[in-house]
Design a protein around this ligand. Structure first.
Ligand code: T46
Length: 139
């Protein structure tokens, strides 16, 4: 399947299976065990001013697990034909974003930490930051 044909329905919410005991919870993610790609990079967004939005781009190759490690935010996924809006608000739920999807993040709560596990190192050439160019690439 070509990456250009990935759709919003190829993205899914994953239960990260917390280990729970009376002193709290822990989530463990290990390459080759419970994550479908090798994690090459982790980054997180925090101290996001009220009303701000992030994203507004797609990746050619990168796939990601996106997690609300604290607080909540909304994600708009867009494959050029269909859009899907989700709220992430639990540290044990990851949104798996496959390559080739346009995404926008907004409605960040106060104290939100938006954590990303990514399949590739940072490469600005992997970004499509212009929506018109994205739609042309998807054709
Ligand atoms: C995504 C959302 C959820 C780096 O130098 N290295 C990095 O690994 C990253 C992610 C960013 N940067 C620099 C590039 C820009 O100068 O940090 C600045 C902000 O990056 P960007 O505008 O891409 O930030 P967001 O929050 O719009 O997007 C980021 C990720 O880029 C993207 O993959 O899905 O978080």
């Amino acid at each position: 399947m070509k990456i250009t044909s990935n759709s919003v329905d190829d993205c899914s919410l994953i239960d990260l299976c917390k280990i729970q005991n009376k002193s709290g919870n822990i989530i463990v993610l290990e390459n080759t065990k419970n994550i479908p790609f090798d994690v090459k990079r982790i980054y997180y967004l925090y101290d996001i001013p009220s009303g701000e939005s992030r994203g507004g781009h797609a990746h050619y190759q990168l796939e990601q697990y996106l997690v609300a490690a604290a607080g909540s935010f909304d994600v708009l996924l867009d494959d050029g034909k269909n859009k899907k809006r989700l709220t992430l608000n639990r540290p044990n739920i990851a949104l798996h974003i496959v390559p080739g999807l346009w995404r926008e993040l907004d409605n960040f709560s106060s104290g939100c930490i938006s954590m990303v596990l990514a399949s590739h190192p940072y490469d600005e050439n992997d970004y499509i930051r212009n929506y018109k160019n994205y739609l042309e690439w998807k054709l």
